[in-house]
Write a protein that binds this ligand. Structure first.
Ligand code: PMP
Length: 351
């Protein structure tokens, strides 16, 4: 840290991303990436001539992508915003809408508390219930920025749009952001409610179900005034925040939606298979509607299991925070990867 850094930033607790080891090949079940590559259509869209066009700036409005996306989702283009990953949008959200404070769960996506601190926003931390479900009543009438990950991470547990609607309806002076990063793996989106409520913003990503984590493409759907607000921040920071190649890949992915919905089905089937195998081995596994599961065993601590798996070249994600330190979050890989994972797990438990 240099002596030039602002005082406030010196004490900032930054987000810790999952390990991205470059040293050797792991079975990588730690950052909720897709085990499947982008579709052939995406790969073919990234032609030599598109790469040569990298000398030109990209379209800051992402017009082609917006138009295809609007059609697929049945929303109007003016209600859509694209950015450099959904983290970028969440940053904007806290920056733009946090003036009355922000409420979010104690166990949820770790970036919310980082953004709250970064933008000097007073946090209201709402504990999950003992069974790790969201306490809907605790969010009612908060009248501040509310951010809910649905399905939640790292638990994988989803709530219904009807439950979230109660929160939106009771929080009309402020906005509710539903972070739908994992929505395509079996939960129901709140996008349909954005026409009814001007204080709802749904945020999504191409990183998980659309196999494009490395391309950085996030989106938000909401009332057009909210989208204008996000545009104000984008055009005051980095109007070109979705690069040319990502726009082209994103457009091809949207047009090839069936490939991705089929992948999601495969991942959900594999999730069900792994869940029942783990439960058969005595693990507690929360009911997940995401592309990961959250599991613990009485036979081995969360940190020990994480370490032993890593020794066997399988990476999962372990969180130190007290309420969840017994657990590991395990991304659902391909069926073959998960069979190797289960075999290594059996070896560890037998040792
Ligand atoms: N929300 C949640 C709940 C996440 O787990 C992630 C992935 N780390 C994100 C948002 C951000 O995803 P991205 O920036 O890759 O779109």
């Amino acid at each position: 840290m240099s002596r030039f850094l602002k005082e406030k930033l010196k004490s900032l607790e930054t987000y810790t991303p999952g390990e991205q080891p470059q040293d050797k090949k792991y079975i990588k079940l730690n950052t909720n990436e897709s085990p499947y590559p982008p579709s052939e259509a995406v790969i073919n869209a990234l032609t030599r001539s598109e790469i040569e066009d990298l000398r030109l700036y990209c379209d800051p409005e992402c017009k082609k992508l917006k138009s295809a996306f609007a059609e697929l989702y049945g929303v109007s283009e003016e209600c859509l915003f694209f950015s450099n990953g959904s983290d970028d949008i969440l940053n904007f959200v806290f920056w733009a809408f946090g003036q009355d404070g922000a409420a979010y769960n104690d166990i949820t996506y770790g970036f919310y508390s980082v953004f709250a601190e970064l933008h000097s926003i007073k946090p209201t931390v709402v504990p999950l219930k003992n069974d790790f479900t969201v306490d809907i009543n605790a969010f009612l009438g908060q009248n501040k920025l509310i951010v809910i990950a649905n399905p939640n991470a790292p638990t994988g547990i989803a709530v219904s749009p009807a439950e979230i609607e109660k929160i939106i309806a009771s929080n009309r002076k402020n906005i509710v952001v539903v972070d739908e990063a994992y929505i395509d793996f079996g939960a129901e989106s709140c996008i349909g409610l954005t026409e009814k409520y001007d204080n709802l913003l749904c945020v999504g990503t191409f990183s998980k179900s659309r196999s494009m984590a490395g391309a950085r493409l996030g989106f938000a759907v909401g009332n057009k005034e909210l989208i204008n607000d996000l545009d104000r921040l984008k055009y005051s920071t980095n109007p070109y925040n979705v690069n040319r190649l990502t726009q082209i890949a994103g457009l091809a992915a949207v047009k090839d939606n069936r490939y991705y919905t089929d992948n999601c089905k495969k991942i959900m089937d594999t999730r069900d298979f792994v869940t029942s195998r783990l439960r058969g081995m005595g693990f507690t596994v929360l009911d997940s509607k995401a592309n990961f599961i959250f599991a613990k065993s009485d036979k081995i601590s969360g940190s020990e299991l994480y370490k032993k798996l890593k020794e066997k070249d399988v990476l999962v994600r372990h969180f130190e925070s007290e309420r969840i330190s017994d657990f590991n979050r395990i991304t659902i890989g391909s069926r073959e990867e998960m069979e190797i994972f289960l075999a290594k797990l059996n070896e560890i438990l037998g040792e």
